[in-house]
Ligand binder design. Structure first.
Ligand SMILES: Nc1ncnc2c1ncn2[C@@H]1O[C@H](COP(=O)(O)OP(=O)(O)OP(=O)(O)O)[C@@H](O)[C@H]1O
Length: 272
C-alpha cells in the first residue's frame, strides 16, 4: 500500500551545517508517527519540509502521492490545504476570540458564510472538548485550553494529515496526558495521518504507532514504542535514560525494567 507521507533521501544544510543527511521514512494512512531526537537534530526542519515551507537541497516529500518539494506555489497550496500544522508554542492571536482564532484558516481560504463558519467552529471546538467557548479571549485560557484551541484550528479545515511540533511543551503532566490522548483520539477517530515531534517520551510511548529516532541528521532507528522500550541498543538506551528522559520511564509505567532500575537507584541513594 502506498504510504500517505513519503520522505525520500531528504538533504538540507544551513551554511556549512549539514542538518539532514539523507532522511527517509514513510507514514501510512491514519498512522501516528512520532519523530524524536536530541535538540537541534532537525525535527522541526523535517516538519517544515512536510508542509512545503522549506525545500530540500536533495530528496523529496510526497503527500498522498503528490510531490510537495519543489512544486509550484499553486500546487503546494493545494497539497498544503490538506495538512493541518500545529506550530511549536501553538500560538493564538491574542486580539482574536477563540472562535475567530479557530476560524482563521477558513477565512484565509476565502470562506465568508457566517452560518458555515459558526457550524464548523462549533464542530472543531466540540472535537477538542471546548464547545461553547468561542467568545472567550486567549488571555483568559489555561495553557491546556490554548493547546486545545490550537488543535481545533489545525483540524477545522478537515485535513487528512496533521503535523504537531512539540504540542505538550510547557504543560504539567496531567494536562500533557489529556492533550496527548486528544491527539491520538483525533488521529484514530478521523483517520488522520499524524506526525508529532516531541521530547515528551511518556506521551510518545503511549500514543505513537511508530517512532523514528533522528540522530546526526540521519534516521538512526525506527520501530514501535514496544520495540523501543525493549531495545538493547546503547545509543537508544542512552537517549532514553539520559538526564531529560529519566522520569518518563516511571511515568510511562510500561516497562518493568526501567522502573526496576529507577527503584534500585532510588534505594541506593537513600542508603548513601
Ligand atoms: N532557517 C534556518 N537557518 C539556519 N539554521 C537553521 C534554520 N532552521 C533550523 N536551523 C538549524 O538546524 C538545526 C536543526 O533545527 P531544528 O529546529 O529542526 O531542531 P530540532 O530537532 O527541532 O530541535 P529542538 O528539539 O531543540 O526543537 C539547528 O541547528 C538549527 O539552528
Amino acid at each position: 500500500m502506498q504510504p500517505f507521507i513519503r520522505v525520500h533521501q531528504l538533504r538540507q544544510s544551513f551554511g556549512t551545517q549539514k542538518v539532514l543527511k539523507g532522511v527517509s521514512f514513510d507514514v501510512g494512512k491514519g498512522e501516528l508517527m512520532a519523530l524524536i531526537g536530541g535538540s537541534g537534530a532537525g525535527k522541526s526542519v523535517i516538519l517544515k519540509h512536510l508542509d512545503g515551507l522549506m525545500d530540500p537541497l536533495d530528496g523529496y516529500v510526497e503527500i498522498d502521492g503528490r510531490r510537495i518539494s519543489g512544486a509550484p506555489e499553486k500546487i503546494r497550496k493545494q497539497i498544503r490545504s490538506n495538512i493541518g500544522f500545529m506550530f511549536q508554542q501553538g500560538a493564538l492571536f491574542d486580539s482574536l476570540s477563540v472562535g475567530e482564532n479557530v476560524a482563521f484558516p477558513l477565512r484565509e481560504a476565502g470562506i465568508r458564510d457566517e452560518n458555515e463558519l459558526d457550524t464548523r467552529i462549533s464542530a472543531a471546538l466540540d472535537s477538542v472538548g471546548l464547545l461553547g467557548q468561542q467568545e472567550k479571549m486567549p488571555a483568559s485560557l489555561s495553557g491546556g485550553m490554548i493547546k486545545r484551541v490550537a488543535v481545533a484550528r489545525a483540524i477545522i479545515t478537515t485535513p487528512e494529515c496533521l503535523l504537531y511540533d512539540e504540542p505538550t511543551a510547557g504543560l504539567d503532566p496531567i494536562v500533557t496526558d489529556s492533550i496527548s490522548f486528544l491527539i491520538r483520539q483525533i488521529c484514530k477517530d478521523k483517520g488522520i495521518t499524524t506526525v508529532i515531534v516531541s521530547h515528551d517520551m511518556p506521551s510518545v510511548i503511549r500514543i505513537a504507532d511508530k517512532i523514528v529516532y533522528l540522530r546526526n541528521g540521519e534516521v538512526y532507528w525506527t520501530g514501535t514504542p514496544e520495540e523501543l522500550l525493549h531495545s538493547k541498543d546503547e545509543i537508544l538506551q542512552k537517549f532514553l535514560y539520559g538526564d531529560s528522559g529519566e522520569n518518563w520511564a516511571a511515568l510511562s509505567g510500561k516497562n518493568e525494567n526501567f522502573q526496576r532500575v529507577l527503584l534500585e537507584r532510588a534505594e541506593r541513594e537513600r542508603k548513601q
